[in-house]
Design a protein around this ligand. Structure first.
Ligand code: PMP
Length: 368
């Protein structure tokens, strides 16, 4: 077996040690004689799995006691609807657009109720690659009565990231910040108390697709309208320990293995250092290429996780993708909406993989 360097944006590469453990336990988990996938979600074995996963996640992110953790389904996309369903209750919410995903979240919320665009960094006339920075506070038009303010803290397509909580828009204390962290959750220590709700699809930094993490502050529970489906009501899910119906048991199990792996690496402070080092290596290769590779994002918000870049022509980009695949890389084609190249450097991508990519990029540029 030989594994390739997989730079896919998600579903994405997972830690090899985790996959090996899952493989070893697939038919027989802990000597029980059956695999996790085959067990009742209400039985004692799976209960141990989900409770351990939650405890490890709480430890990794230092989640305060007044926050609940949910293991749900439907992806981050369903949370675009669930958030307004749980929090709007006839009011209006503010959205900040810093890329394709926050724009989509805003559009989707508008189907549920009133969602204002409080700010957008999309450059006029060039929507495809117009998101290259964070908004300044004085560009935001915030509603002091908003039910919440929504941000996407890492834009997977445009490569724009809120690198720490100090970069978040300033909001009055009574307006909770809701964050889509799908593509960078667990990539660094996160100040959970700065947010009212955090949500994330699992298939980038957490585990397989199918699982969606929701971390919700207790005072935000119980505000869903009467017609909201029970499956989408956070309070009902909390009361049922994420098991109102059958949860995605295998994804939760695998996420639990990833949490253990993260702890074994030294926790999120150590992971953040490695992620800094990986991203710095790739950005340096881009910036020192005499303009052959270009990333237009402002330096204070360049994503450490998703790094899009362009080559001088679309023909060279197509050739880059082809040659990279022949050289043992995968997933470097940019998102179809923006084109170009994109390398995703999630937690499970080792420094050696980035070093191999940078070497390939240098050789490719030299051939011109
Ligand atoms: N938000 C962000 C930031 C994403 O990257 C993605 C998926 N690429 C989504 C939302 C949608 O996630 P899902 O496919 O899990 O619904």
């Amino acid at each position: 077996m030989s594994r390739i360097w997989n730079f896919s944006a998600g579903p994405a590469t997972l830690p090899e040690a985790v996959l090996q453990q899952a493989q070893a336990e697939l038919l027989d988990w802990h000597g029980v004689g059956a695999g996790i996938m085959e067990m009742s979600h209400r039985g004692k074995y799976f209960t141990e799995v989900i409770q351990t996963a939650e405890a490890d996640l709480r430890e990794l992110l230092a989640i305060p006691q007044n926050y609940k953790v949910l293991f749900l389904q439907g992806g981050a996309t369903l949370q675009f609807s669930a958030v307004p369903m749980n929090l709007l209750n006839g009011r209006s919410a503010d959205y900040v657009a810093t890329g394709a995903w926050s724009k989509k979240a805003h559009q989707e919320a508008g189907r549920i109720g009133k969602a204002r665009l409080a700010g957008s960094t999309e450059a006029q006339g060039q929507p495809a690659d117009g998101f290259i920075r964070l908004p300044r506070q004085d560009e935001l038009n915030l509603d002091p009565q908003a039910a919440y303010l929504h941000v996407c803290t890492n834009e997977t397509i445009h490569g724009v990231e809120f690198l720490d909580e100090a970069h978040l828009p300033q909001t009055p204390a009574n307006i909770p910040v809701v964050a889509d962290m799908s593509s960078h959750i667990l990539s660094r220590p996160m100040e959970v108390s700065r947010y009212g709700i955090i949500y994330a699809g699992a298939q980038k930094n957490v585990g397989p697709s199918g699982l969606t993490l929701v971390i919700v502050r207790e005072d935000l529970l119980g505000h869903a309208g009467a017609n909201v489906p029970r499956l989408l009501d956070y309070k009902v899910q909390v009361e049922n320990d994420s098991m109102l119906n059958t949860p995605t048991t295998f994804s939760i199990y695998l996420a639990g293995l990833v949490f253990k792996w993260l702890k074994a690496q030294g926790g999120l402070a150590r992971i953040a250092e490695i992620n800094q080092e990986k991203a710095a290596l790739l950005y340096a290769a881009i910036d020192n290429s005499q303009g052959f590779y270009q990333n237009p994002v402002a330096s204070e918000c360049r994503s450490l996780m998703n790094i899009p870049f362009r080559l001088p022509s679309v023909e060279q980009e197509a050739e880059f993708v082809r040659a990279s695949e022949a050289a043992g890389f995968m997933g470097l084609k940019g998102h179809k909406s923006v084109g170009g190249i994109r390398a995703s450097l999630y937690n499970a991508m080792p420094l050696a993989g980035v070093a191999a990519l940078v070497k390939f990029m240098r050789e490719f540029a030299a051939k011109g």
